[in-house]
Structure formats: C-alpha cells, structure tokens
Design a protein around this ligand. Structure first.
Ligand SMILES: C[S@@+](CC[C@H](N)C(=O)[O-])C[C@H]1O[C@@H](n2cnc3c(N)ncnc32)[C@H](O)[C@@H]1O
Length: 296
C-alpha cells in the first residue's frame, strides 16, 4: 500500500467566495443526494449506531429562485416518473419532498436536513461549516435536534480527527467541498487516505464535479494508487465537449463511495437511467461505474 504524495499545504479557507444558494437542487445535488439517501438507508438498516460527519455542510435549507440551477436539476424531476424508475429515485424525491412544499417555502434541503431526517434516536450528526452565514442558518435549522451539532472549522481536519478517535459504532464521512480551489482535489484524496488508514472500517462518500475528465481521473488514480478501495459512480447530462455550455457549468458529477454497505452501489447505479433521461440537456447522457479493491 503506497502513501499518496502529500498535497501542497493550502489554507483551509476558500480563495473564491462560494455560495451554495446558487447551486442548490442542480444536477450535481440530484446525484449527490440520491446517493446520500441510498447510503443512509443502507447504514441505518444495520444495528450499529451511526455518527455522520458532514464536512462541508452548507446552510441546510435553500430558497429556489425562478432562474436558479435547480430548474435543470430537481425541477426536471417534478413530472411523474416512469413506473419502473428505480427505488433510489423515489426515496430521493421523498427525502426532499417536505422542503419542496409551497407551505415550507418551496425550497430545497441541504445535506444536513436530509441526513437528520434519516437518523435513528441512537445516531448523531456533526456538521462542519467554515462560512459564518450558512453556519448560523444551519444552527437555527437544526436547533430542535439534540443529536445534531454544528461546528466551525475545516471539515476535512474534523473528519480525520473523528476517524482517528476511539471507534464507537459506524462513522460515515460525507465530503462535499466547493472545489473553489484547485488544491481541494488533492486535499480530499489525502483526507480519504488518512481516514482509511486511521479507521479501516470507515464509510466515506465524496461528491465531485465533472467539467472535464482530467481532475476526476487524477483523483481516482491517486486513491487507487494509494490502495483505498472505492466505487466511483458518474453521471454526465451534458456532453463533455459541448461548446455551447455556459462557462464553468457542470457537465455532470460523480460520487465516490468507500466501503458502502452491501447493495448501495447497485441501488445508486439503478437510479442512473431515470435521472439521466430527465436531466439530459442535449438529449443524451452517459454514466460510468468504476470499482477497485484495496491494495493487497
Ligand atoms: C457544496 S457546499 C455544501 C453543500 C451541502 N453539503 C449540501 O449537500 O447541501 C460547500 C460548503 O462548504 C463550505 N466550506 C468551504 N470550505 C470549507 C472548509 N474548509 N471546511 C468546512 N466547510 C467549508 C462552504 O462555505 C459551503 O457552504
């Protein structure tokens, strides 16, 4: 098992301001939250108590404006689904439905609210958020849930610390950085490797954007070379070489799962045809599922 070359040290605070309010409910959130819901369903079906650490938690609940990115994401799933759509798609829509009701502002839930709703009384959630405004909003949104804690700081450092602490029950690290700094790609690989070394039973889920194949491929190559077992599930709803695409817009995204419970990868993969068909911007979509084992 090889240790990945350490990434250049970088400040934990982002150079460019990132505001998830502009992206909430977009194509990336649809894949991310579909996989998150399937993963939580699998983990909460097991007897062990679960601690979820949401490394980049965001504000918790988002208003959807008429021209927002959500119109190309969750907005395209509003029409009735085909009867044979995979259960993971129905589970995802059920998980976000409450927040989407007009009586609740017609909004969209962020990962902390989706996770909180899935927890059992024995489980807990730690949300780390670096920016003051979303952290304050999230603190209010979760204030009635004693099993949820909202913390300031760097989410990846908090996750590595949790993985290095004495184990009690299951630990799921949900990693969803803004990728507003190029170094974040290397930092997430280093953090995943450190967690896996510190706690061989750790469960991890990473979301990453796809705007070209190079950074996702480098990330996967780095983890594979380090011997961390994982499955990457990717969905592109806009062709990678589409010149008419708005600059910096997503072509698609991927989720990387480290040690998911049995059946979760198959459930997320089964959701891709229904999601791809609805989200495709040019009439076609592509998907890929790539798995590799731990290094011997
Ligand atoms: C993609 S958004 C999170 C979305 C959220 N996970 C969801 O699924 O609804 C990324 C968030 O990470 C926060 N952030 C940026 N750098 C961070 C860091 N080093 N540690 C923790 N949070 C950070 C940003 O302020 C932003 O709210």
């Amino acid at each position: 098992m090889k240790q990945p070359a350490p990434s250049k040290s970088a400040p934990p605070r982002s150079d460019a301001p990132y505001d998830h309010r502009y992206h909430a409910g977009n194509v990336g959130d649809v894949l991310k939250h579909t996989a998150l819901v399937a993963l939580l369903k699998g983990l909460t079906a097991q007897p062990e108590p679960l601690h979820v650490l949401d490394t980049h938690a965001g504000g918790g609940r988002y208003r959807l404006k008429p021209t927002g990115e959500w119109t190309a994401g969750i907005g395209r799933l509003d029409a009735a689904l085909p009867a044979d759509a995979a259960p993971a798609v129905h589970d995802y829509l059920a998980a976000v439905a409450w927040n989407r009701q007009p009586s609740h502002g017609g909004g969209y839930p962020g990962s902390p609210l989706i996770i909180q709703a899935a927890l059992r009384p024995t489980d807990r959630l730690t949300c780390v958020e670096l920016a003051e405004e979303p952290r304050a909003e999230l603190t209010v949104a979760l204030s009635e849930h004693a099993q949820c804690v909202v913390a300031d700081g760097d989410g990846l450092s908090a996750l590595v610390a949790a993985a290095s602490a004495a184990p009690s029950g299951e630990l799921l690290g949900f990693i969803d950085p803004p990728y507003s700094r190029k170094q974040e790609w290397a930092e997430v690989a280093d953090a995943i490797f450190a967690c896996w070394m510190a706690r061989p039973t750790v469960r991890l889920m990473l979301w990453y954007p796809i705007k070209s194949a190079s950074r996702p491929n480098a990330l996967k190559g780095r983890l594979r070379a380090a011997g961390v077992p994982a499955t990457a599930i990717e969905l592109c709803s806009t062709p990678l070489h589409d010149d008419s695409k708005r600059r910096n817009a997503l072509n698609g995204s991927g989720v990387l799962l480290v040690q998911p419970p049995p059946g979760v990868v198959a459930q997320v993969a089964a959701a891709l045809p229904a999601l791809g068909a609805r989200l495709a911007t040019r009439g076609s979509w592509t998907s890929q599922v790539e798995a590799w084992e731990a290094a011997p």
